[in-house]
Design a protein around this ligand. Sequence first.
Ligand code: NAD
Length: 275
Amino acid sequence: MNLDLHGQNVAIIGGGNGIGLAIAEEFYREGCHVALIDLDPATPETAEKVRQQSGTTETDSPRCEGWVTDITDESATHSTFQAIHHEWGDLRHVVIAAGIGSGRFGFPFWNMKPEDWRRVLDVNIMGVVHVAHACHAILQQKDFGSLTLLASVAGQIGSQTDPPYSAAKAAVINFGQCMAKDLAPFGIRVNTICPGMVQTQLNRSVWQAWNDQQPDSEKRSYEDWAGEKVSNVVPLQRWQTPQDIANLAVFLASSRGQNITGQTMNVDGGFVMHW
Ligand SMILES: NC(=O)c1ccc[n+]([C@@H]2O[C@H](COP(=O)([O-])OP(=O)(O)OC[C@H]3O[C@@H](n4cnc5c(N)ncnc54)[C@H](O)[C@@H]3O)[C@@H](O)[C@H]2O)c1
């Protein structure tokens, strides 16, 4: 399928690891110039690896560069987008994949303190707000483009595992719908992808928080804990992969998705079915 993305500039926030990195690699394979924005200090080296692994020759390689930025810092986020705009010109697609869990097991919610919510909300919703403010005017300079958000099935089902995480992801879904309406007159489509269970550092940290508070007799390996969860709650009985999410992210940005905006799409093996 020709996705017709070749040569377009894309920024992936949270592109340094996990799902964001898989999304960045997929855009790069489509011939996009990819800016990785991430808190991780290794992000410039990660960008270099994306370039090396692609198999493209030096002369026809698209650009892939890393910017180290914490999206909870409004001013730093704004400066990073201004720098990318200044150096690369227009930006056609932005994907916000950065996210964190609280690192605590929140069931029931009073196991956590209100203080445990702050950093999760700062990153998962205020970070998205900062990125949206930093990039909307740049995206509006052409009459087409896309903004894709990463939320979670946890934002749709009141998942008890990590209440601040679930609440922040519900807010992301809602803010995505607001932005879809605001940006539609400019030809910019906004959609939200909700992964189910993907083996990444973030997913592992959920197990770690659970395991840490179990008595020794109840402790389980990550593989056992997560494997049982997948077989209990995922009708297709399998993990989702970073590549599964990347496939949809690239499709949504492409002209093949030109009539899709304001949607929340689950890549979750059937975990959540609305009726
Ligand atoms: N893994 C899953 O099972 C799962 C399920 C549902 C939703 N998600 C969502 O998918 C997205 C990607 O998660 P992942 O599993 O790849 O996690 P991950 O931990 O592997 O990657 C997250 C990336 O975000 C970056 N990041 C964190 N805080 C940041 C900040 N303040 N500023 C800039 N970058 C920051 C991290 O450095 C990291 O590179 C997240 O939004 C997450 O909530 C993941």
